[in-house]
Structure formats: structure tokens, C-alpha cells
Design a protein around this ligand. Structure first.
Ligand code: MIG
Length: 636
């Protein structure tokens, strides 16, 4: 049962597709005092949800902010990343789900200030709250997902392996990626084009020095089974004569400052303007621009910088230069030195900037910070709507960095700029169920880590986990060590792992489609499947995948195995040197040896495997063999 409570929202965010009448009962579970919702948590209560946010599957014990943020340092104390996903489930003496449909900044204090109290504080009391009661955790999720609408389903090739790197400069760099993977026998479906392919970072252009025959190159790559997936940044370079800027400026399609002038921010292209995705006309206009690339044979995109990320605004930069001048010639003490140093570092993603530009939505004019969390979502919706018209016959791949609930209907997301850290394998695993609860099924992290330098063993372990994430993309930042599956000596192990992914696609794709069709989670915490098992509640480094598989990846340096909690009798499936074996394992806690390069997982019933394939086009989904036919009779 879902009940809706309404506190004069300013705007229909579009997150909810099922229009419900406002409930005439008082708000259950919570008390509302001075604009803050609060609820007591019983001793054993777990709190699940909040989408992309970090720190454990059970969110209790930390404080989170819904405020889409471009933050390239995902350390444990961070309160927000790129997404704003305001849904959670409290599972204690009372059990319910709750969604705060609110597009501005919202703080979830989940036992941070008072260990026994959850508070939810919107900046303004202007929101809808949906409270969901259900028989099981899965049932609560199913109801919520029916409320927000079906999840985006990408094309099959999006389940293949993708290689990406910021800093592949030109066509020959990209061709080399295809060549090295091919000669190492490593399957590949996608190579991503980062901002390097653009002419001066201008959206919907191609740098013709770097790609003299882009169209031909796209075609040749496709003939080899590889889709090129270009990036699109949110902001448009302010440059007279650049048609995208000229049209946007002339038609008033950019966000405005308080005087009605285009608001100017600095991002990769330098001084740029922000398309007003809340204005339907502007949104349609920008989305239709993707045609420039679909006409060249492109059928997949990733949308970046759409929190929106601001390195600086023109206004704040000018003020900063003035300020810094005031320090000149003075003898600085430590504090004034820090103040001087921070004049520039404080410019990025500044609240004052988000406060000083406006959207022109059908409901009226909105200050950006009142609707901040919708920007990436509306950019994804804009692209999706146009791509459906531009490519009516086949779905396009589309995923975004920033998002709000609702965006899951239009595309996937990736989890942004992580690091080549062991802890980020676990963090990525822990983000998955929260994202799935909120409808984001097509998702994954930058394999090998984006920032920092990757090592061979880290990449092997990360891939061994990412074999199961719908988005399986190796991506890294410019100037970091190469971390392709071909970058280290002895590519055999990488060939085995990526090949296994392809052999699993019939199962994984089917599990994905089931989850999308039936509003279920593809990745689930063990506690969702084994509700009455107290041991399952504390497991936060294993996941259920689809209806018959459990994963328990190794995510520690130098570990040659790990403890695994097996919640019922299963088969232990081990891939060793490419050969796959099954062995029954009893319910209970086991130490499982997982030498580097082995991929180990657990099944509840026979698992279909396809024959190895070099890409998804070659994949034969009709000839399947099964592993783990013999199951131990449940006896413990
Ligand atoms: O300011 O396009 O998260 O994946 O490689 C960095 C360059 C901008 C951030 C994205 C990352 C991408 C990078 N971008």
C-alpha cells in the first residue's frame, strides 16, 4: 500500500508516473517538527536505499545529502555523489519504504547525530512524501518501482565489455585498443570516446585533425563488432559562430542570471552556457542535436558534467581575481595564506553560483538551487526522447553521471570518478543494491578505478566482480597508468575473465530483463532473499544476482580467498584457467580459496552458459550448456 502526503511541492519532478490522491490519514511513522521529518529506529533496524550513496548496504550510522555533486574523491566521509536518490526502507520493529520527492537539497541523518533517530530535512517544506507498506522488503521495492515507472533497457551490445580512457587522443589510439584486444583474444563490444574527440570541447562536433574520416571510422569499427560511444557534456561553449551556441543564445535556451542574461560558467570548453533542460523547448532542441552523431553511425552515448559541474562562474572568477589582488604585497600569516590559497579552490561547484541562475520551466521561473537535483535527470530525458525518434528501430545505449529518481526510465548511470583503490571494489558492490532499489539497473563503476594508478591484481579482482555488473566498462583518467586488459604482461587471465562474462550474458541479460519488466532488483543484499536469517542481515560484501546466483568477490590486496556466508545449500562454481567446475557447498560460513585469476560464485539452480564469443553479435543465445546440475539436497 502506498500513501501520498503532499506539502505544497513547487514543481512536478516527473519522478512518479502513477498519480495518487493525497492520503487523508495522518503521516505514519514520522513526526514533522519545524520542517524536519523524524522517526525512531528500533535497536535492530537496518536502513536500506539512497541509491548511489556510499558506506555500506545498511545506511544506518551516517549522514547523507541529496545534492548532485561532481566530486572526484569518493572517500568514506562524503555525504553526496552525483545522484540524488531519496528512497529508503526502514527495516526494524516497523518496516516501510519512504520516498521524498524533492528536487533541492535534502539531508538524511540516519543515526549520525542520535544513533536511534532518523531525520530527513529538506531545505524548504515543499515536497511530496510517499510511504509504502509491504509484506516483504522485495514487495516494498516492487511497489515503489511501479510508482516511478519501468527501468531503461539498453541494447544487448551494452552487456558486452567496454574499454574507455580519457586521453585516447585520436583514431589511431582507438584503433590500437581494438587491435590489442583482438590479438589477445579479449572480447570487446564498445570503445568509449572521451572529450578528446571533440573540437575544442564543443558538443556535437568532431575534431577532424584527430578523426579525418569519423563516419568511415565508425563504420569500420562496427564491421569489427565494436560500437564507439562518445561523451556529451552538459555545457555549451560560448563562442559566436558555433551554431549550437548561437541557436541556444538566440532562442533563450540557456539558464539565465537574475538579469535575464545567459549565465556563464567555466568548464572544459572554457566559458560556457548551460542548456535549460527544464524548459521543454530547450530540452527538445538539445536532444535533437544528438542527430549530428547518430547520422554518423553512433548508437550510444554517455552524458557527463550534468550535476551540473561548474569549475567556476565568470562572475565568481572576476571577484576572485579582485580578492587575490588584495593579498598582494602583504605579509601573510598562516590563516591569511590559507584564505588566499582557497580563493580559487573554493570556486568550483559553489553554492553561490547555483543560487544565482534560473530555469524557465512550464510552471514558472525557478532558482537553480531549488531544482538542482533534476538537471542531470532532465538532460538524460532530453537525450532519450530525441534518440527514440532518431533511432526508432533499435534502442540506443545511454547513461549519465548525474541523476534523480525518474532518470532510471531514460538511461543508466555510472558511479563516476572512483579511484584505483581496493576499497572501491567493495564500495561499488555496496552501491549496487541501493541503485537497483531506485530503478537504476543499468549501472556499474569504472573498472580498475578512474583516478590513480591501477595494478594487475587490482584489475583482475575488479573485473572478477564486474563480470556481473550490467555496465562492464574499464575506464581511467588521463595521465594515469594504462589499465586495459591488455596493459599487463600475460593477457591470458584477462581473456578468461572477459570471456566468462560473455558466456554468462544469457543468464545476466535475462535476469536484467526480468528485473526491468517486473520492477525487481537485479542485485539484492542477502537480507532481501533470506529475511528470517539474522546472519544474512550483516552481510554487506556479497550480493544475490538474478534469481539463482550469489557473488562474493575478493576485494583485498594479497588475499588468496575469503570467508563467504552461504545462506542455503548451493553450488560453488569455479572458473579456473577458463575451465568451469561445480561443487556442492552447505549452508554456513566457509573459507573459500580464490587464487588470483579464478572467478568463484554460487548458484541455487543450474546456470546456463553460452559458448565463448568475441562480441555480443557473435553470441549464440540458443546453444546453452548448464553448470551446477547436481544440487545438494538442502539439509542444513
Ligand atoms: O572533469 O571527460 O566522470 O569519466 O573521463 C572531468 C573527462 C570530466 C569526468 C567523468 C570522467 C571523464 C572526465 N570527466
Amino acid at each position: 500500500m502506498i500513501r501520498k502526503f503532499s506539502y505544497s511541492p513547487m514543481i512536478d519532478t516527473g519522478a512518479v508516473v502513477k498519480k495518487l490522491p493525497v492520503s487523508d490519514t495522518p503521516l505514519p511513522y514520522f513526526t514533522l517538527t519545524d520542517g524536519v521529518f523524524s522517526v525512531r529506529l528500533s535497536d535492530d533496524a537496518c536502513v536500506y536505499g539512497l541509491g548511489e550513496s556510499i558506506r555500506g548496504i545498511n545506511k544506518r550510522g551516517w549522514i547523507y545529502e541529496s545534492w548532485c555533486s561532481d566530486d572526484p574523491l569518493h572517500t568514506e566521509e562524503k555525504r553526496s555523489l552525483y545522484g540524488a536518490h531519496n528512497f529508503l526502507i526502514v527495516d526494524g520493529d516497523d518496516r516501510f519504504g519512504v520516498f521524498f520527492d524533492y528536487p533541492a537539497r535534502l539531508v538524511f541523518d540516519i543515526g549520525y547525530t542520535d544513533p536511534d533517530v532518523l531525520t530527513v530535512a529538506p531545505e524548504k517544506l515543499a515536497l511530496d512524501v510517499y510511504v509504502i507498506d509491504g509484506d516483504t522488503l522485495k514487495d516494498i521495492v516492487r511497489q515503489f518501482r511501479a510508482l516511478i515507472g519501468k527501468s531503461y533497457i539498453p541494447p544487448l551490445f551494452a552487456f558486452g565489455y567496454g574499454q574507455s580512457r580519457w586521453g585516447y587522443v585520436n583514431a589511431s589510439d582507438i584503433a590500437a585498443v581494438a587491435d590489442t584486444h583482438e590479438s589477445a583474444g579479449i572480447p570487446l563490444d564498445m570503445i568509449y570516446l572521451d572529450i578528446d574527440y571533440l573540437d575544442n570541447f564543443k558538443d556535437f562536433t568532431v575534431n577532424r585533425d584527430r578523426y579525418p574520416d569519423f563516419e568511415g571510422f565508425v563504420r569500420d569499427m562496427r564491421a569489427r563488432g565494436i560500437h564507439l560511444i562518445p561523451i556529451i557534456d552538459a555545457a555549451v561553449k560560448r563562442e559566436e559562430g558555433y551554431s549550437v551556441y548561437d541557436e541556444g543564445h538566440k532562442n533563450g535556451y540557456f539558464c539565465k542570471d537574475e538579469n535575464g542574461e545567459d549565465f556563464v560558467v567555466g568548464v572544459w570548453p572554457g566559458m560556457s552556457c548551460l542548456p535549460d533542460f527544464l524548459n521543454p523547448e530547450a530540452s527538445k532542441w538539445f536532444g535533437d542535436k544528438y542527430k549530428v552523431l547518430t547520422d554518423m553511425g553512433i548508437d550510444g552515448f554517455w552524458n557527463d558534467m550534468n550535476e551540473p559541474a561548474l569549475f567556476y562562474s565568470e562572475k565568481a572568477l572576476n571577484a576572485a581575481f579582485e580578492k587575490i589582488g588584495s593579498f598582494e604585497g602583504k605579509t601573510l600569516d598562516a590563516l591569511s595564506f590559507f584564505a588566499a590559497r582557497d580563493v580559487f579552490t573554493r570556486l568550483s561547484n559553489a553554492r553561490e553560483d547555483y543560487d544565482s541562475f534560473y530555469h524557465n520551466a512550464p510552471e514558472g521561473r525557478f532558482r537553480h538551487s531549488d531544482v538542482h537535483n533534476l538537471y542531470g535527470y532532465k538532460m538524460t530525458e532530453s537525450a532519450s526522447n530525441s534518440l527514440k525518434e532518431l533511432c526508432p528501430d533499435s534502442p540506443t545505449l545511454l547513461f549519465s553521471r548525474a541523476s534523480y529518481i525518474g532518470a532510471h526510465r531514460f538511461g543508466g548511470i555510472w558511479t563516476g570518478d572512483n579511484h584505483s583503490w581496493w576499497g572501491h571494489i567493495l564500495q561499488s558492490l555496496q552501491q549496487m543494491p541501493g541503485l537497483n532499489m531506485c530503478g537504476f539497473l543499468y549501472t556499474g563503476s569504472d573498472i580498475g578505478g578512474f583516478n590513480g594508478n591501477c595494478t594487475r591484481d587490482l584489475l583482475i579482482r575488479w573485473l572478477s566482480f564486474a563480470v556481473f555488473t550490467p555496465l562492464m566498462r574499464n575506464h581511467s583518467a588521463i595521465m594515469t597508468r594504462g589499465q586495459e586488459a591488455t596493459a599487463f604482461d600475460d593477457t591470458e587471465v584477462f581473456r578468461h575473465i572477459v570471456t566468462l562474462r560473455y558466456r554468462l550474458i544469457p543468464y545476466l541479460y535475462n535476469a536484467f530483463l526480468n528485473a526491468a519488466e517486473n520492477n525487481e532488483m537485479y542485485f539484492r543484499p542477502l537480507s532481501f532473499d533470506y529475511e528470517s536469517d539474522p546472519a544474512a542481515r550483516e552481510i554487506d560484501d556479497q550480493l544475490m544476482v538474478g534469481d539463482r546466483l550469489m557473488i562474493a568477490p575478493v576485494y583485498k590486496q594479497n588475499a588468496s580467498g575469503r570467508y563467504v556466508y552461504v545462506p542455503e545449500s548451493m553450488n560453488l562454481i569455479r572458473m579456473h584457467d577458463g575451465s568451469i567446475t561445480a561443487e556442492p557447498i552447505n549452508k554456513g560460513r566457509h573459507y573459500i580459496s580464490v587464487p588470483l585469476g579464478d572467478v568463484v560464485f554460487f548458484t541455487k539452480s543450474p546456470l546456463p552458459l553460452a559458448e565463448p564469443a568475441g562480441n555480443t553479435a557473435e553470441l549464440d543465445m540458443n546453444h546453452l550448456t548448464y553448470v551446477g546440475e547436481k544440487l545438494l539436497t538442502p539439509n542444513s
